[in-house]
Write a protein that binds this ligand. Structure first.
Ligand SMILES: [Zn+2]
Ligand SMILES: [Zn+2]
Length: 129
């Protein structure tokens, strides 16, 4: 056990707690939501970055961030806190929606199905003489 409490400083984005937040034990950085893979590993500290990959809502009032270690691939969860960056949380939550669920090369076909309204054809046409 380390008696001297070290001031938290995020190794990934450099975030440090504001005054009055020094006693909080940060399981992950509330700014970039990353964490260091060291918890729960007494003998075998990995030291890898636990990258936030998703969030899940455990119960109505409780959500957790799902982390995946970039070195060993272990999955890890960490409860969300009120300090967590809401924009970052939102983008994690929207992750699967942001990835097209259909092949991008079929985009034109889909646009054609939409009645050509989204067609890009006009953009590479030569100007009229
Ligand atoms: Zn950070
Ligand atoms: Zn690891």
């Amino acid at each position: 056990m380390n008696i001297i409490e070290e001031r938290f400083e995020c190794p990934y984005c450099g975030w440090t707690p504001d005054a009055g937040m020094e006693n909080i034990r940060w399981e992950h950085c509330p700014n970039c939501l990353s964490a260091l893979h060291e918890y729960d590993q007494e003998e075998n500290e990995c030291g890898g970055e636990l990258e936030p990959i998703s969030i899940w809502v455990k119960s109505r009032r409780e959500g957790e961030i799902i982390h995946r270690c970039v070195i060993c691939g272990e999955l890890h969860t960490s409860p969300m806190t009120k300090y967590d960056n809401p924009i970052k949380l939102m983008s994690l939550a929207a992750g699967p929606l942001g990835t097209p669920a259909f092949p991008v090369e079929r985009m034109q076909e889909l646009l054609d199905l939409m009645g050509g309204q989204g067609s890009m054809e006009g953009w590479n046409r030569e100007p009229r003489e």
